[in-house]
Design a protein around this ligand. Structure first.
Ligand SMILES: Cc1cc2nc3c(=O)[nH]c(=O)nc-3n(C[C@H](O)[C@H](O)[C@H](O)COP(=O)(O)OP(=O)(O)OC[C@H]3O[C@@H](n4cnc5c(N)ncnc54)[C@H](O)[C@@H]3O)c2cc1C
Length: 366
């Protein structure tokens, strides 16, 4: 059996599903292929913060992230599926004068003195130099959001194949063939959104993984109104009254086990923000692997030397935040819509590809 589509997307995490949605909105025919199940990769391990400010890497990243936040607002309004979109924002703590000065450069932040922090959240351990509230840095439920993108894309007519591993992309007469046991899919364009496993499909692409552990606590009585954030650690209040405490940063580990070292680190984070929180009942512990690039910025763009082949992977700590903007960038490249030059350069996958490997390994052609 053979199917012909405009675009095949390989990988059904938040990046693949959002890309499918925005391409389908343009009227493209799309087949999304996932080797396991939709939203069960790194996406389901995320906290779900849209932390444009807390995760700032550079100005291009920041404007891209803000655009993504705006796209989320539009998506949750348009699509009518619950994605756990939770307003309130992120309160970033300043525990030193240097931290306070660094945060004070944001003109869109609201400064909260120690007294004001105490007034708003009486039970936290107040930061010595106050805090800054970033109201635009809301959060979503990552798994629900990924499934919502997939569902919305399906309503627009895309095909989804789960439990289907892509091992080979074959260039053939100006298009690509993707084969599995029963089907050959012929596509004009291919988008690789396989997270860190994208390395397997793009020879020479440099990626690594950074393990992160989280814990979800039952904290119905607390009613925490904001996400609390300090130096990469956080507590996220979910709408169901639970709190997600995260996350460890464990480079070089590629297992998904939760560990006693991880538990200890998460207890420390919990107590750092809210004294006594580590004694709250645990609902769930989990670990995930953040896909990391050479410079922590994602690879989004054309696969060098491969016409009509694109990659969107390596979103590290920010795949949920950047998903809609990433999807729209890929859509614009496919549709030949003008894209800001600095964006193309900043996210160009070329920067992560070894030349030697590029020369040595060729795509198999028929
Ligand atoms: C503990 C933790 C907390 C995080 N918190 C946040 C946060 O608060 N905010 C934020 O923005 N980000 C956060 N992140 C990062 C975020 O989770 C990732 O950046 C994002 O999920 C990456 O999405 P993805 O679609 O690229 O990858 P994935 O979700 O891993 O999806 C890739 C999919 O591709 C499939 N695949 C791979 N190869 C193939 C193949 N050959 N054939 C078919 N299918 C294939 C995989 O099975 C997988 O399902 C966090 C991550 C962790 C671990």
């Amino acid at each position: 059996m053979s199917q012909q589509v405009d675009v095949v997307i390989i990988g059904g995490g938040i990046i693949g599903c959002s890309t499918a949605y925005y391409l389908a909105k343009e009227g493209m025919t799309v087949h999304l292929i996932e080797r396991h199940e939709i939203a069960q990769g790194t996406t389901c391990a995320a906290g779900g913060m849209l932390g444009a400010h807390s995760e700032y890497l550079n100005d291009i990243f920041y404007s891209f992230a803000c655009e993504s936040q705006a796209l989320y607002k539009e998506f949750q309004r348009d699509v009518g599926i619950d994605i756990g979109y939770t307003t309130g924002g992120i309160v970033q703590f300043a525990h030193s004068d240097e931290e306070r000065i660094a945060l004070s450069h944001w003109t869109d932040a609201v400064y909260l003195s120690v007294k004001q922090v105490r007034e708003r959240i009486s039970y936290i351990s107040p930061p010595a130099f106050g805090a800054y509230l970033f109201e635009e840095d809301v959060h979503v439920h990552p798994e629900k959001t990924c499934l919502a993108f997939c569902e919305a894309a399906k309503r627009l007519g895309i095909t989804v194949s789960e439990h289907t591993q892509v091992n080979e992309i074959i260039a053939s007469h100006g298009s690509y063939q993707i084969r599995n046991d029963s089907t050959t899919i012929v596509a004009k364009h291919v988008v690789i959104t396989g997270g860190a496993a994208s390395m397997e499909l793009v020879p020479g692409l440099r990626m690594s993984e950074v393990k992160g552990q989280c814990v979800q606590l039952d904290a119905q009585k607390l009613h925490l109104p904001y996400t609390l954030f300090h130096r990469g650690c956080y507590i996220i209040p979910r709408p169901d009254g639970t709190l997600v405490v995260g996350a460890t940063m464990e480079p070089g580990l590629t297992d998904l086990q939760t560990t006693s070292g991880g538990n200890l680190a998460l207890d420390t984070i919990a107590e750092h923000f809210i004294p006594g929180l580590s004694r709250f009942p645990v609902i769930k512990r989990w670990a995930g692997l953040r896909p990391k690039t050479v410079d922590d910025l994602p690879y989004i763009g054309r696969v060098p030397g491969k016409e009509n082949m694109y990659i969107a992977a390596g979103h590290f700590r920010n795949g949920i935040l950047l998903a809609p903007a990433t999807a729209c960038l890929i859509r614009d490249l496919i549709c030949n819509t003008e894209v800001q030059k600095e964006r193309i350069e900043t996210f160009d996958p070329k920067r992560g590809i070894f030349h030697e490997a590029n020369n040595r390994t060729e795509w198999q052609s028929v």
